[in-house]
Design a protein around this ligand. Structure first.
Ligand code: GLU
Length: 441
């Protein structure tokens, strides 16, 4: 069974990059009939906030990305302690006493010599007495995972193909701080083991973490899940963008973007498949395939999202949208204004043309006479607009813009807008007549 997870740290709102990762993991599981776990990475007690946990749940619910279960790292600290002790006993975790400044200095020296800033394992050279002296002086150690230097780390990446790391070129990662708190690396691996995660899909900023974590899985005698790393999302200029980091569901919602537009875009952005306004999730799932993902950064452009959103709104059936419409809009009302809107929220603006009051322009005298004639001519039928305009064309000799524009202006107060043939029946006979008469005065 395929088990995937989305593991946000609740230190802020989800941004579009996180949403993409969540979506793809959900899709992998959904497509395989597997399980999708929401894992809250909240070991950092100082930075994690309950309001963000809530916001993550709300955002995923709004997107329609439902987790099969939720896990929290803060409730699993005992488990990490056990794994930590086992790995320590097996000689895979060691204490280190360097201060931040010492480490920084070591880095600078290496970089100054043009060497990669790899931790020199100085802590492993300490004698028992030296360690005891540190402890006696009240210096608590932080803890590092000892990488096995003997063999290259290799995996078949679902997006990047064969990935290979020389462990000697990696620093032994710090996994636990001196105050006992956890860094990301070990808890995540323990969780992936315990929760039976079979597939880890995340951003390529995690590639070197994967190399380390593969060694952790092996050190814990656990099966290594399959890994895939997606190219990062960049702004339309092709650069990592700060703005994308603050672009999330709240912003999209406010802009009137439909969740389905976000899904349609993000499920295909950065793949070889065309980005289309597809609202049928079955189609998106069917065509979702890691082998279509490219290695070049995926460019996120708001204009694409707006375009897809508009297309989706234009195709939305009344039933799907009616709860969100002004109360008195029926099927015909939705149909009349639908082609004129880019977001569902814009309906209200156009609907005011029907319900009024409207503000009419001041008309020239000949138009006033024309509109008075229109008020007298108006007859109600299935299609009052065609009847009215045909009759007026005949009686006044007007055509084109001079025939239609004063009528539209008198009836809606606007120079453009929804199809008058659809709008006039919605305005109704009495109100339409009153508007024409008012314009003629
Ligand atoms: N909490 C980590 C992050 O947000 C999870 C990374 C992972 O998927 O393992 O980057």
């Amino acid at each position: 069974m395929t088990i995937t997870r989305f593991a946000p740290s609740p230190t802020g709102r989800l941004h579009v990059g996180n949403i993409r990762t969540a979506l793809h993991n959900w899709m992998l599981a959904e497509k395989a009939g597997g399980e999708f776990i929401l894992r809250i990475d909240d070991t950092d007690a100082a930075r994690s906030k309950e309001e963000y946990v809530e916001a993550i749940r709300t955002d995923l619910a709004w997107l329609g990305i439902a987790a099969d279960r939720e896990e929290r790292q803060s409730e699993r600290l005992d488990r990490y302690e056990v794994a930590f002790n086992q790995l320590k006993d097996a000689g895979r975790i060691y204490p280190a006493y360097e201060t931040q400044q010492e480490l920084e200095l070591k880095r600078k020296v290496l970089l100054g010599r043009g060497l990669p800033p790899i931790y020199d394992r100085g802590a492993l050279d300490l004698t028992e007495e030296e360690r005891e002296a540190k402890q006696a002086a009240g210096i608590e150690p932080h803890w590092r995972f000892k990488l096995d230097h003997d063999e290259a780390i290799v995996w078949e990446d679902g997006v990047r193909g064969t990935a290979k790391f020389d462990p000697k070129l990696l620093s032994d990662p710090v996994i636990r701080r001196a105050d006992g708190s956890w860094l990301y690396m070990l808890p995540s691996t323990v969780d992936d083991v315990d929760m039976g995660v079979t597939q880890v899909l995340r951003g390529e900023d995690h590639v070197s973490n994967t190399a380390v974590q593969i060694q952790m899985f092996t050190a814990m005698d656990a099966a290594v899940p399959s890994f895939a790393h997606e190219a990062l999302l960049v702004g339309k200029e092709g650069k990592l963008s700060k703005r994308l980091g603050s672009l999330g569901c709240d912003v999209f919602r406010e802009k009137g973007i439909e969740p389905e537009a976000i899904l349609a875009l993000l499920s295909r952005l950065g793949t070889s498949l065309p980005v289309e306004p597809i609202t049928d999730r079955a189609i998106l799932l069917d065509t979702f395939d890691l082998s279509t993902f490219g290695r070049a950064p995926a460019r996120f452009d708001d204009a694409d999202l707006d375009r897809i959103n508009t297309a989706i709104v234009h195709a939305m059936p009344y039933e799907a949208v009616k709860e969100r419409l002004p109360e008195d809009i029926d099927q015909a009302g939705w149909h009349a204004v639908q082609p004129n809107i880019a977001t569902v929220g814009e309906v209200a603006e156009w609907w005011r043309l029907v319900t009024g009051p409207i503000e009419q322009p001041e008309f020239a005298d000949d138009d006033k006479a024309y509109l008075a004639e229109a008020a007298r001519t108006l007859r109600w039928s299935d299609d009052p607009w065609s009847a009215l305009t045909s009759a007026l064309k005949e009686s006044t000799g007007r055509k084109g813009k001079t025939l239609f524009l004063p009528l539209r202006q008198a009836l809606t107060g606007m120079n453009h807008g929804p199809d008058m043939g659809e709008l006039l029946p919605l305005i109704g006979e009495a109100e339409a007549k009153a508007r024409l008469e008012r314009a003629a005065k």
